[in-house]
Design a protein around this ligand. Structure first.
Ligand SMILES: [Zn+2]
Length: 199
């Protein structure tokens, strides 16, 4: 495979990038000074080396604990459960939520071979059980079939662990069904959070 094809193939693996855009990006880079490409390559390497999951909530961070977990102003008694770390950015941009998070690392998807053990549900149960600080778990998985199945799994696992003093709520469906939290606007997210209901 030629160097051009090789890079274009890598670009085409990224979300939202088709073969045509991949080639355009590749040719664009060829026209730039070599330094530019070197910086890009270095950034990609640094990203992989520095960024890791938060030890408590699995949000992405360059420290042991993420910004949210380290912030003393955040309410540790409310935990918002999301599928991906990128969902946190969307909720933070809405600017209303003051609690902390837990990133599941995906959603149940039998078709893609993702089962309960591939998610961080057990760590959530552990976290909720330890110390008894948590009084509410808000399940903010996406309003898709997989997202709903994942929400039910979280509910079931928390019940099974006997976390009965903890209220489990689900964000309201102000979000379009089949939609993606990550791309929802701030007002929609704020409304979905404030209109959450007990599961
Ligand atoms: Zn964290």
């Amino acid at each position: 495979m030629s160097a051009i094809d090789e890079l274009a193939t890598e670009f085409a693996k990224l979300p939202g990038i088709g073969r045509k855009t991949a080639l355009r990006l590749t040719y664009h880079l060829l026209k730039q000074p070599t330094d530019q490409s070197r910086r890009l390559a270095q950034s990609l390497l640094t990203l992989g080396e520095r960024v890791r999951p938060c030890e408590r909530c699995f949000n992405l961070t360059e420290e042991a604990l993420c910004d949210v977990c380290r912030d003393p102003r955040r309410d540790q008694s409310v935990v918002c459960v999301v599928e991906e770390a990128s969902d946190i950015g969307a909720i933070e941009r809405a600017g209303e939520y003051r609690g902390v998070y837990h990133v599941l690392g995906g959603r149940l998807s039998p078709l893609e071979g993702v089962g309960p053990d591939d998610l961080t549900v057990a760590r959530l149960v552990e976290r909720v059980g330890a110390g008894g600080v948590v009084r509410e778990v808000i399940v903010a998985t996406n309003p898709s079939l997989e997202g709903e199945a994942t929400a039910l799994l979280v509910r079931r696992e928390l019940s099974a662990a006997g976390a009965s003093e903890v209220t489990v709520t689900r964000i309201a469906l102000g979000l379009p069904v089949g939609g993606d939290l990550e791309y929802a606007d701030g007002v929609t997210i704020a409304r979905a959070l404030s209109a959450r209901r007990a599961m």
